[in-house]
Design a binder for this molecule. Structure first.
Ligand code: ATP
Length: 315
């Protein structure tokens, strides 16, 4: 088990007005365009967004690996460099290879020796399910196994903050499941976790909160349930032979109506109002089902409409 850390410090992560532009032969790429995100200690936050949204660049700035053009990063009230040097931050990034010619245990032990208050090596091995691989040379590991060792390396300093950029990308379903189990255990000890992912179900299942990025900006930030609700559309399905589409569409709370044989499908802006109106008008409606928008729908709606505006902003 993870040794209990001191009471979590009050200051968490504060990204303020962060901006980063890359100069390329094809002109400037405005990767991050002024984002403000505050994360409290103990929160688990998913960073979501399509390819090129600016997630990795944001993570690099958060960790002090890239310098923002404008804005500031505060980790636990200090600079990222200080927090990293103190072993308070563990990171698992998309790139980065493992040191070769060491076995898994030797590598974890070596990394542990670099930090003031590391976890016990056996504990890390157990937590990350690496028991069967401790004697394996790092260059002989599969992609999924390498990811698990990288995770062990991120954990070994017993960090207050874990930052993970698409951590489960090379893992199979079982590996992913085991990974999130471990993360749950880690989060339950009051640790702060920030992870970027393309897997919406991981964000939905695991994060307290999602920050949605598109084109270098934050387009939504809140509990995943709230983000789903923001999209607002719920669908009512019912059996209603002989229904009239225009009548249904005119019901309060209904944005669109579709008929498929005896089935009616109502897309609603306010499903509570719509269901009452439907039943008042069509009491014979049966087999009624209401379904909410998924995170996937919310994601597409919230990230899809944000057009590129490089020229305007670069001016
Ligand atoms: N070193 C760099 N030089 C030039 N452009 C870069 C550099 N790093 C990132 N970019 C560009 O900045 C934008 C944001 O990239 P970033 O990697 O932060 O996005 P991302 O949301 O992490 O994407 P993905 O999900 O594909 O990893 C992209 O247009 C990318 O091409």
């Amino acid at each position: 088990m993870i040794a209990s850390a001191a009471a979590p410090p009050q200051a968490g992560i504060d990204l303020h007005g962060l901006t980063k532009t890359f100069r390329t032969p094809n002109g400037p790429v405005r990767a991050v365009r002024g984002i403000d995100v505050a994360i409290a200690p103990g929160e688990t936050v998913a960073l979501l967004g399509p390819n090129g949204a600016g997630k990795s660049t944001t993570i690099d700035m958060l960790l002090g690996l890239a310098r923002p053009d404008a804005g500031s990063v505060s980790l636990f009230g200090g600079t990222p460099e200080d927090a990293v040097a103190a072993g308070r931050v563990g990171a698992m990034l998309q790139t980065g290879s493992l040191l070769r010619d060491l076995n898994v245990r030797e590598l974890i032990a070596m990394m542990a020796s670099l930090y003031p208050d590391p976890l016990d090596v056996d504990e890390v091995v157990e937590l990350t399910g690496l028991g069967a691989l401790v004697g394996q040379r790092t260059q002989k590991l599969s992609g999924g196994e390498t990811q698990r060792v990288r995770f062990a390396v991120a954990l070994v300093s017993n960090p207050d903050l874990l930052v993970l950029d698409e951590p489960t990308v090379a893992m199979d379903v079982e590996g992913r499941h085991a990974f999130w189990q471990t993360m749950r255990g880690f989060a339950s000890r009051g640790k702060t976790i920030v992870f970027a992912t393309h897997y919406l179900e991981e964000a939905d299942d695991f994060a307290d909160r999602a920050v949605l990025m598109a084109h270098g900006r934050v387009v939504a930030d809140g509990p995943t349930t709230e983000i789903k609700a923001r999209v607002g559309r719920r669908t009512i399905r019912a059996t209603l032979p002989g229904a009239d589409r225009d009548t249904l569409r005119a019901l309060p709370g209904v944005a669109a109506a579709e008929l498929r044989g005896a089935a009616v499908i109502l897309s609603c802006t306010d499903s509570d109002t719509a269901i009452r109106a439907l039943l008042a008008r069509e009491p014979q409606a049966s087999d009624i089902e209401i379904s909410g928008a998924g995170l996937e729908e919310a994601f597409l709606e919230l990230t899809g409409g944000d057009d590129h505006d490089d020229e305007e902003l670069a001016a």
